[in-house]
Ligand binder design. Structure first.
Ligand code: OAK
Length: 815
């Protein structure tokens, strides 16, 4: 793109040109939506040019490439991000202003693509940004779901799910690449035999062909021409056009196949940290994997004429086990389509694949029935059986005669395929996403694998796209930072550390406080408009936004809020630091306890917010339809970040990093990356409470945990629980949730995630929060220390570690 497009006048001209050509209208007659689209088209032109250039360079120099496969990419909106990265945001803002528009209004026109559930998908998106910026030649691959994560509506305090059709206005950023369309085969039967030359022949019969049509999203890096590409596959059926089937009277079968094929990219499964055993989900996984590998292999062969050097040129990174079928699929392509021996194919495959684990929750560890894999992808199941047999023979050498252990570690056992075992056996690297989590993988979850393959295990602590989450989401804070330490931290996030020298700078601390207040005001206005609740600007904005899951313990937060309510009711005149508790959370549609917990938040919010004794000392707010664009408004306004999962369960957390970077103080357990946040900021700048992992795990394992005893002995908890059993005045019965805590249910023990056990230390930590807040200068100092020490949680750093320790590719990032 010619440089002059970056000036205000050139941008105005370009936007007017797009309006004319695409909408046949003048600036004066354009709608906001059209203005948005015209801006997006202008910015896109710059990106596609960079994308072609990047691709040409990769092609020319044959550099090693990273292929990042993930069932989710929660990319967020693109216009502001791309304009920022290309260095044209200020000029674009000015251009729009002269045309009579506020930039923020125009951004709001863009759909927020919900192609993910939460942590896993958002991390993948942050890493695309990191790869582009640090110079990694990276491509992300996922599915172009027609419906992303559902839209959440709250009706009578209950979550209702509505379909989200994001494509209408998200389309601008996706460039179809029809020439790269691939065919994926689902179902049918296979016939294998050896021909006269002893070569294996695999014949496919009666399968359903599915076309994988790619759409490319260019992902910009900051201040670089390097573009990371996100390739989204759409499923299309070639069958509707098959007139032969129609005329031979098989039209019903043809239509069935057609519908099955097109359903594959219809909807994202809304399960987070939980596996979804539906056959459609397995088809989606294979569809992603097969289309992606065919694509990479075809291009590789076109360039080198052989796949023998595949592992030198590519790394296939699988984000959790969902794309694990890359292992048997690459084996299939190498052996069946390229005549390679098993041994050669296995060497190439296992040297190409790297696996990141994102959860230790047993219910999320993927298992598929052999019968289903057999039915949907018979050749793949054959290959998995063979991998398993050879793997078990290896195991026998490590653990001779230990049949039990071998069957526990096998890839296929009792009619089930264990995807994590396949991923470990067929990859050269396995990593966790925080130091604690990686240790738990080695010491507990994959202990025996670790004894076999110690060198395969690594840690890469997660990181976030700090430009999106700090510079763009919190421009006032970014401007303040830049007035002190310059702009270097945008590319070298560790430079944020220099801010720690300003701890004594009273004026700076006051400005920090003022910026937080401005951001709080913006959130308060949103809450007023959407919830009709007037919040107290002098209250602590205490925020827990994340998926609703029992292990994340929104319940602990709720129990504490009820206890505060009791305290205030007993003593309305007490000296109390006011609080606004903000929640934002989606629950998986089939997760009854999570949905009931959302209802509980609404019941207590109704009771508390409307109680004249309480006034503006305590408010509870639930923000509907939490998503990336809302997070970008909420994080900068938060003063307290709730990271209160039971220790040992949250693999890392990334919200914790976003809050910290925006100057919120964490109240949290020693779980996931909280441990490293605590190490970075020092105990004095964080509120840590609760059991640590060894204690929590030992107590759970002992079977001696009895929340009923806590209930009987702790009057505060007793009163909270009794209130829950009694109800909150709106007629909704919460004895089910209370029983889960006190007696257990659904086949689980009482209070499985031990909220009652950690309650008192949480309440003490919350008291400390209130006390600290009384001294704004101290508070702002702590806030500054959090920002100053957040640089290590930038995605650029994580990506550079992946590049150095796993992918073995160069970056331009300086540690
Ligand atoms: C989702 C589905 C299956 C398995 C894991 C997930 C998931 O989202 N895990 C989350 O990944 C994040 C990114 O690594 C972590 O920060 C979260 O702790 C983890 O729950």
């Amino acid at each position: 793109m010619p440089k002059n497009l970056y000036t205000k006048n050139a941008l105005k001209e370009a936007i007017a040109g797009k309006l004319q050509r695409h909408f046949a209208c003048e600036v004066a007659d354009a709608t906001k939506d059209q203005i948005y689209e015209a801006c997006a088209l202008v910015v896109r032109d710059a990106l596609t040019e960079h994308m072609i250039q990047t691709q040409n360079e990769v092609e020319k120099y044959g550099e090693r490439q990273v292929h990042y496969l993930c069932m989710e990419f929660l990319v967020g909106r693109s216009l502001r991000n791309n304009a920022y990265n290309l260095g044209m945001l200020d000029e674009l803002t000015a251009a729009l202003k002269e045309m009579g528009y506020e930039m923020a209004d125009i951004f709001e026109q863009e759909a927020d693509p919900g192609l993910g559930n939460g942590g896993l998908g958002r991390l993948a998106a942050c890493y695309m940004d990191g790869m582009a910026t640090t110079g990694v030649r990276g491509t992300g691959y996922s599915i172009r779901y027609e419906h992303g994560i559902f839209k959440q509506k709250i009706e009578d305090g209950q979550q209702v799910e509505l379909p989200d059709s994001w494509l209408a206005s998200g389309d601008v950023w996706q460039i179809p690449a029809m020439d790269d369309t691939r065919e994926v085969r689902i179902g049918g039967t296979i016939d294998t035999h050896f021909d006269e030359n002893g070569k294996l022949v695999v014949e496919y019969h009666d399968y359903t062909p599915v076309l994988a049509v790619p759409y490319d999203m260019p992902i910009s890096g900051y201040d670089t021409g390097n573009i990371a590409r996100l390739r989204l596959w759409e499923a299309k059926s070639p069958i509707a056009l098959d007139m032969k089937l129609f005329s031979s009277g098989e039209y019903l079968k043809a239509l069935e196949k057609h519908a099955m094929a097109e359903t594959i990219s219809m909807v994202l499964y809304p399960e987070d940290n939980h596996r979804e055993g539906q056959s459609l989900r397995l088809k989606q996984q294979y569809f992603l994997v097969s289309a992606t590998l065919q694509d990479i292999c075809a291009k590789h062969k076109a360039k080198y004429g052989t796949l023998a050097n595949f592992a030198h040129k590519h790394v296939l990174h699988i984000n959790d086990t969902h794309p694990t079928l890359v292992i048997p699929e690459l084996m299939r392509i190498l052996m069946d389509d390229n005549d390679m021996s098993w041994e050669n194919a296995w060497n190439i495959t296992s040297q190409s694949v790297a696996y990141t684990n994102h959860t230790v929750m047993p219910e999320a560890l993927e298992c598929w029935p052999v019968s289903l894999v057999q039915e949907l992808m018979p050749r793949i199941m054959q290959i998995i059986h063979e991998i398993n047999e050879r793997f078990c023979r290896d195991l026998w050498n490590y653990f001779p005669n230990d049949f039990q252990k071998i069957s526990r570690l096998a890839i296929v056992s009792d009619g089930i395929v264990r995807m994590a075992h396949l991923a470990i056996a067929g990859s050269f690297s396995i990593n966790g996403v925080s130091a604690l989590h990686s240790d738990i993988l080695k010491e507990r979850v994959f202990k025996d694998f670790y004894t076999i393959y110690p060198a395969k295990f690594r840690n890469v602590t997660n990181g976030i796209a700090h430009r999106r989450w700090l510079c763009e989401a919190n421009p006032k804070l970014a401007a303040l930072i830049e007035s002190k330490i310059g702009k270097g931290y945008r590319k070298h996030p560790s430079e944020l550390q220099v801010l720690a020298n300003y701890g004594e700078d009273k004026a700076l601390l006051a400005q920090l406080g003022q910026i937080k207040r401005d951001n709080k005001l913006r959130l308060a206005e949103y809450i007023k408009e959407h919830n009709g609740i007037e919040v107290n600007m002098d209250s602590i904005f205490d925020v827990q936004v994340k998926r609703l899951h029992e292990y994340k313990r929104q319940m602990l937060n709720i129990l504490h809020i009820i206890s505060l309510y009791h305290k205030l009711k007993d003593n309305p005149g007490m000296d109390f630091v006011p609080r606004t508790f903000v929640f934002g959370s989606k629950a998986a549609p089939g997760y009854a306890v999570a949905k009931k917990t959302i209802q509980l938040i609404h019941s207590i919010a109704n009771m508390i917010n409307n109680d004249p004794d309480i006034g503006d000392k305590l408010k509870v707010v639930f923000i509907e339809d939490y998503k990336v664009s809302l997070a970008e408004m909420i994080m900068p306004a938060a003063e307290i970040s709730e990271q209160i999962s039971i220790a040992g369960k949250e693999a890392s957390g990334t919200g914790n990093m976003k809050f910290m970077m925006n100057g919120a103080l964490t109240i949290g357990t020693m779980d996931g990356a909280n441990v490293e946040i605590c190490e970075a900021v020092g105990r004095e700048n964080i509120f840590i409470f609760g059991m640590e992992t060894p204690e929590a795990e030992a107590l759970a394992a002992s079977g001696n945990y009895e929340p009923m005893l806590i209930y009987q002995n702790d009057p505060v908890i007793k009163r909270v629980m009794d209130h829950m059993i009694h109800g909150f005045g709106d007629g909704v019965d919460y004895t089910d949730l209370a029983n889960l805590l006190l007696h257990g249910g659904n086949g689980g023990p009482a209070d499985r995630y031990m909220s009652l056990k950690d309650f008192s230390s949480y309440a003490v930590a919350q008291e400390r929060v209130g006390e600290m807040y009384r001294r704004p200068e101290n508070w702002n100092y702590m806030s500054l220390m959090n920002i100053a020490n957040s640089g290590r949680f930038a995605a650029d750093r994580s990506v550079a570690e992946y590049a150095q320790n796993i992918w073995r590719v160069k970056t331009n990032f300086a540690f």
